[in-house]
Design a protein around this ligand. Structure first.
Ligand code: NDP
Ligand code: 2IT
Length: 448
């Protein structure tokens, strides 16, 4: 079998049968492009149609979400859940509430999630969901009514052994609480493990809130260590100022680095003293305000509505906002300013052109499905605690998270070395290692 021709044919078919889904095409292309050496060594996967099956979700749900706003006006949003692959465990992946959400975005995220979850070594399949609902400026009551309506439809597809959502952009502890309450009410079951990212007081796991950001920094630290570097004294830029960004910054500071800039969709903020995380958390988590409020509270900091956060010189960059936020020009600026390492806290934040710039410059690059796997890994730890009706300490949970991230890092390097001869090729390592685990399970389970 001509492996390259096979992969090309699968790629053409993915684009043909999913028209207009640019982000899904992009995510599928990146994985497929990595798989030539894996299929050359394991032609049986090509012969049994593993790629065609992997690229087609097991189930895709789209549904109406009607709700009533504070003025009494009826609003209608669209809900999604793509149950992509259950070879390794129940579908697992977050829910995103953002006006940009559409089927192609949910599919790209669900597709990435399959390989990410496989890399953690845990028993979780891949899925993703969300809605084009925009929580910005909505009252708690509106968010609650939206979540209740969303769950009224979605509940029939969920279950602790079936499909287990969590948070993503626009979905945090508040939303998970409302979603859980409605699930419990409809099903008459206190099924703790049906959602993760719950608050710690009633079934949530310690360190889940921090896990994605902390995990991304652990991954970056592992990458730096391969070159004999650490975070001590390093200048770091984080994009976004949400869940992932804030806790990534917190861990950088704990390791002796200094986060000098972060952003949100309105602009970016530079604070040469190092971002004051208590102030940032108050603005973003309590007041739910814009980061410009930071510069108003601290006049030595500078807010800019124009340009990009990647213009700020740094040694480590942690893109932690959204897909395709870091393009070729940003990558060129980062390289010119001497960046050593990039770890993707977000899903697919760097465009393929940007990744190419990093590759050519020999900059360490940790792709999202490896670098941000700490969030979902800690979700799996939450499921484990829920199943055993147990609750571990923060330290215990964080040490397990750190061990998972070390394992993901090692797996990327050993697989990259074995299949491409270059241990620094984390993209190849992550894609092939994730693929092999899922492909083995699918093969063992028959034509599914
Ligand atoms: P949050 O909603 O907490 O924060 C998102 C941040 O990114 C905000 O600062 C937001 O700015 C910014 N942002 C979002 N969309 C855009 C956009 N279109 N343009 C510019 N800025 C934008 O989400 P999370 O921190 O949870 O998620 C961030 C990224 O990390 C996402 O890619 C997500 O998929 C990924 N991720 C999240 C995990 C988790 O456990 N939460 C796990 C693994 C990955 P603003 O407030 O102005 O919209
Ligand atoms: O992209 C991701 O990995 C997440 N948003 C977390 C998913 C989860 O189930 O914890």
């Amino acid at each position: 079998m001509n492996v390259r021709a096979h992969i090309e044919a699968v790629h053409t078919e993915v684009c043909r049968r999913n028209p207009g889904e640019a982000e899904f095409h992009q995510a599928a292309t990146e994985v497929l492009d990595s798989l030539t050496p894996a299929l050359e060594r394991h032609p049986e996967y090509a012969e049994t149609g593993i790629l065609e099956r992997l690229c087609e979700p097991e189930r895709q749900l789209m549904f109406r979400v009607p709700w009533v706003d504070d003025q009494g006006k009826v609003r209608v949003n669209r809900g999604f859940r793509v149950e992509f692959n259950s070879a390794l465990g129940p579908y697992k992946g977050g829910l995103r509430f953002h006006p940009s959400v559409n089927l192609g975005i949910v599919k790209f995220l669900g597709f990435e999630q399959i390989f990410k979850n496989a890399l953690t070594g845990m028993a979780i399949g891949g899925g993703k969901g969300g809605s084009d609902f925009d929580p910005k400026g909505r009252s708690d009551g509106e968010v609650m009514r939206f979540c209740q309506s969303f769950m009224t439809e979605l509940h029939r597809h969920l279950g602790e052994h079936t499909d287990v959502p969590a948070g993503d952009i626009g979905v945090g502890g508040r939303e998970i609480g409302y979603l859980f309450g409605q699930y419990k009410r409809i099903t008459n079951r206190y099924e703790s493990g049906v959602l993760t990212g719950k608050p710690v007081g009633w079934g949530g796991s310690h360190a889940r809130t921090e896990a994605t950001g902390y995990g991304a920094v652990y991954f970056a630290q592992e990458m730096l260590t391969t070159r004999g570097y650490g975070f001590e004294g390093r200048r770091v830029v984080v994009s976004g100022s949400g869940n992932v960004a804030v806790y990534a910054a917190e861990k950088v500071h704990a390791l002796g680095g200094r986060v000098v800039a972060c952003s949100d969709s309105s602009g970016y903020l530079v604070d040469e003293d190092g971002i004051d995380l208590e102030l940032l958390k108050d603005i973003k988590e309590v007041r739910r305000a814009r980061i410009s409020a930071y510069a108003e509270a601290k006049p030595t900091a500078r807010f800019s509505a124009r340009g990009t956060v990647y213009d700020v010189p740094c040694e480590v960059a942690l893109p932690s906002a959204t897909q395709n936020e870091l393009g070729r020009e940003d990558a060129v600026a980062l390289v010119k300013n001497g960046v050593l390492a990039i770890a993707e806290g977000a899903n697919m934040p760097c465009t393929p052109e940007a990744v190419e710039v990093f590759r050519e410059a020999g900059v360490l690059f940790g792709p999202g499905k490896a670098a941000n796997a700490g969030g979902v890994a800690t979700s799996a730890l939450e499921m484990q605690q829920n199943a055993s009706r147990d609750s571990w300490s923060f330290e215990e949970t964080e040490s397990r998270l750190a061990a998972v991230m070390r394992g993901v890092h090692t797996q990327c390097r050993t697989t990259a070395e074995a299949y491409g001869g270059n241990a620094d090729d984390y993209v190849l390592g992550a894609n092939v290692a994730g693929f092999l685990r899922v492909a083995d399970a699918m093969t063992a389970q028959g034509v599914i």
